[in-house]
Design a protein around this ligand. Sequence first.
Ligand code: S3P
Length: 182
Amino acid sequence: MIPAAAPHRVILVGLPGSGKSTVGRQLGRRLGLPFNDSDHVIEQRIGCSIRDYFEREGEAAFRDVEESVIRELTQGPSCVLASGGGAVLRPANRQCLRDAGHVIYLRSSPEEVFRRLRHDRNRPLLQVTDPLGRLRSLYEERDPLYRETAHFVIETGRPSVSRLVNMVLMQLELAAVIPARP
Ligand code: S3P
């Protein structure tokens, strides 16, 4: 459990498919905090899938909704928050996320992400003829932005979700954000 006096949010950033939602959900359970997924909140708000919204309204309109959802979630109650992979593109979001809690960058290489997402049909940015090439350019553009936003970087590699969760917890313990486990 996060003690009441400690800051109340743990925020995950990283490429699509880096494990933000799966790790975030378990982390929430372990910390006794509710879990929020900004993509999920966005889909509730727009009333359709992100992929459909991208097709209909375009990326800029999606980023506007994302910005307002990020603002609300980072001002709302304590939680573990998984942010969308492109949330760091806007400086206002980077600032909001960094100020709102402990930000963890789950760093995955484009090749690892490609392995996990090669059959994915939901992520609009990856519905292209060369998804690996797209992931490489997303990584080039975003890795510095994830680093700028995050307080900690965790290399995801290929460990299990529970090992990743433990790595995050250990990092939070080392930084004295949560008490050391016996
Ligand atoms: C996006 C990542 C997605 C989602 C949208 C755009 C991106 O979130 O917000 O499809 O720009 O990388 P995940 O990182 O949860 O897949």
